[in-house]
Design a protein around this ligand. Sequence first.
Ligand code: HEC
Length: 286
Amino acid sequence: MTEIPEHLLKRSRAAKGKGDDAPSAAVTPAASSAPAAAAPAASGPPAVAAAAAAIPKDAAPEPAKPEPHYIQAAKARKKMPIWAFMIVLALPIWAISFAGTMQEVEVEDELFIESAALYTSSGCAGCHGAGGGGGTGYQLSGGEVIKTFPAPIDMMVHVARGSAAIGGEQYGDPNREGGARIAGNRGNMPAQIGALTELELELVIFHERTALGGEEFTSAAYLEWMEHLRERIEEGDEHEIEIDKLLACADPAQTPGATGEGLFDDEGNNICAGPHFEAGEEIAAG
Ligand code: HEC
């Protein structure tokens, strides 16, 4: 791929013809002996001709397997110039930092605004504190909820089915700092199946992990999840929570009843809820 610009450069120099004092030996002979318009290409050195012939081949799109539209959207977004990308990245951070100090959020990012509003309207704030500092329920802020659930998917299952369904069982990171969590030890986390849609569940968890929990969200996997969430907010996605699908994606070592077998569409794409980290990738990688 990287040779193409160089060859195109040579071609354009050759096409410009006589006026150009092109330094390349490959181009000069063609340019100086150019009585006919077609001559440069025909009599050009083999390297140039071969490269020119190779260009259409390279440019032809490969028959790629179809991907979910949100993954395509996430990839398309990466084609933005880097400065534009940095601005997009900066918007949510402003939204967070402004939220604490000002009456109204100045920069509007649907994702952060919707998820923060849901955290309050669906009752989470009442038991866990507006800033996640804890109350009836555990503290979520200061990295506490990330210690319990290194991956968002296990947290989704826990919030969806609540703690009564697994009373007395261990959940979350078995090596959690301060000891592994046991469901029911602190009271009852009410199940959210039926109360929240699947999208709403993902949104409150996004809010608790990033805005409250302080989790990094700059990894490619996280940004892709965020893009997917934004699209579903726009679409008005109202799918119900399907606990079996969450359990298929969760980690059996952290979530009672999880199978860890994954969830795939007909093309074999991973369609588990939440960010899709590569094997070995740091969950909270920046
Ligand atoms: C009625 C109070 C109440 C409400 C409302 C509530 N929680 Fe909880 N939550 C709790 C309690 C109590 C626990 C601890 C339960 C236990 O010991 O099993 C808990 C536990 C949790 C945990 C596990 C944290 C850890 O580190 O183990 C998470 C995550 C959580 N809640 C998220 C939420 C979210 C998201 C919402 C809003 C959709 C919510 N909670 C609403 C009371 C509540």
